[in-house]
Write a protein that binds this ligand. Structure first.
Ligand code: PLP
Length: 450
């Protein structure tokens, strides 16, 4: 069957992967040539994938090659590519009203989204939301609110974390020096601590009963030598590290961090831009951890691919006054329509349950593979947020490339981890297919000498 005969929705069920040209194919090569002439050289392209259309967890490139997608547009297309209900909501809203700045006027769909976020937020009391166009803007808004609400200046973030690339958020980001190099000075008043089990510092992991050395470091080093806790506005933390390596902190760690914040009147800001919106089998990753943040940052999967982010804060913390913060496009009407449809689809089509079930298949399959393949150092994650740790960076790049050549889209993160973050509609048969291809990609990388 020619791929042109496959309707978009049918694409989700097409045999994937199915490659019909070398990669990149001739049409892809044309795009690559143009792109190399005219786009910003800062863009961190990973492999020569040139997408044209997608449905569910299947994407077709400009040459008609079909790929199985473990990226979901980097953890964005939560309901799958072009979910029909999301597409319909976008089309209806676009035909009715594309934009009217919600900062200056009362766009109804903006408060509708805020009301839905209030329903699903992992905080017990009422929350308010400030909507943005991206994750980094949600982080910026959170940083500004934290300073405003506490009257304190300092912010603590973690090594290996990623919070974005604009000046405030990149000052928190500490997953790669290249995000910062050449751009200093960054925002003053930001300090960094060690994440979770302190694995990068070869710290003893500690436990909920005996205490965590990484929390002690904040209390007994930062607060004694670097900053008074009375001057710390907030601690920004990813409940599960995303870009920094898909690392899940030990049980009880986030609770210990919450306690530390409470002892010193510091706000806890949880960045769920990557791990939120159902990726871990619950709407928010903090729901696994028994912690309520003061500020929650959402993005990526919130609108299935339309640009939207949210800075959600406990009502009593949203103390800033009229005119202190706003945005022309933030909470754009079409993005808001996509967000409402996304939340409905996640709930009504039981995508949290699906993420947990299919994530289990993937996780167990990878752990079986680990027993047969000593190059897999660790398999970790929750539901559809899975990291496969390889021996080194070079091997990670080789496996990422080999998977692409076999038609499987996956992406590295951290120093040496392959991340798997498929759409929440990912199916068991697709998980099994992905496992087989991934095993082949590991062998290809080994045969190629890495
Ligand atoms: N926070 C986290 C945890 C992220 O993973 C990202 C993006 O990868 C961001 C913030 C920044 O989001 P954006 O790229 O939409 O600005």
């Amino acid at each position: 069957m020619s791929l042109e005969d496959v309707e978009l929705e049918g694409l989700a069920n097409a045999e994937a992967p199915h490659l019909i040209t070398d990669l990149p194919g001739p049409n892809a090569q044309e795009v690559l040539d143009r792109d190399a002439r005219v786009t910003s050289p800062s863009l961190p392209r990973v492999y020569e994938f040139v997408p044209k259309r997608g449905s569910g967890s299947v994407v077709e490139d400009v040459d008609g090659n079909i790929f199985l997608d473990l990226n979901a547009g980097i953890a964005v297309t939560s309901t799958g590519h072009c979910h029909p209900r999301v597409v319909e909501a976008i089309q209806e809203q676009a035909a009715e009203l594309i934009h009217y700045s919600a900062s200056d006027f009362f766009l109804p769909i903006y408060s509708e989204v805020a009301e839905r976020l209030d329903e699903i937020a992992p905080m017990s009391g009422p929350v308010r939301s400030f909507l943005t166009n991206s994750g980094t803007e949600a982080v910026e808004a959170g940083m500004k609110l934290a300073r405003w609400a506490t009257g304190r200046q300092y912010i603590i973030a973690f090594y290996n974390s990623f919070h974005g690339r604009s000046y405030g958020s990149v000052s928190l980001t500490a997953s790669k020096a290249s995000y910062r190099a050449g751009f200093g000075p960054l925002l003053p008043g930001v300090l960094h601590a060690y994440y979770g089990d302190g694995r990068d510092m070869h710290m003893a992991p500690g436990s909920a009963e005996d205490g965590f050395p990484t929390i002690d470091y904040i209390e007994h080093f930062l607060f004694r030598k670097m900053v008074s806790p009375l001057e710390v506005a907030a601690i920004f933390v990813e409940p599960i590290l995303g870009e920094g390596g898909y690392i899940v902190p030990p049980d009880g760690w986030l609770i210990a961090l919450r306690d530390l914040c409470d002892r010193h009147g510091i706000l806890l800001a949880c960045d769920e831009v990557q791990c939120g919106m159902g990726r871990t089998g619950k709407m928010w990753a903090v729901e696994h951890m028994g912690v309520e943040p003061d500020i929650l940052l959402a993005g990526k999967g919130i609108a299935s691919g339309m640009p939207l982010g949210a800075m959600i804060a406990k009502g009593e913390k949203m103390t800033w006054t009229i005119g202190t913060h706003g945005s022309t496009y933030g909470g754009n009407a079409v993005s808001c329509a996509a967000a409402l449809a996304t939340i409905d689809v996640i709930r009504e089509e039981h995508l949290l349950e699906n993420a947990a079930k299919v994530g289990d298949v993937l996780l167990h399959g990878l752990r079986d593979l680990q027993e047969r393949n000593e190059r897999i150092r660790e398999v970790r994650g929750l539901a559809l947020m899975i990291g496969v740790e390889l021996p080194d960076h070079h091997t990670m790049i080789a496996v990422e490339q080999a998977a692409f050549r076999r038609g499987l889209l996956a992406l590295g993160c951290g120093e040496s981890t392959i991340r798997m973050s498929p759409a929440l509609v990912f199916r068991e048969d697709q998980a099994r297919a992905a496992l087989g291809i991934f095993e082949g990609a590991l062998a290809d990388a080994e045969n190629a000498g890495s």
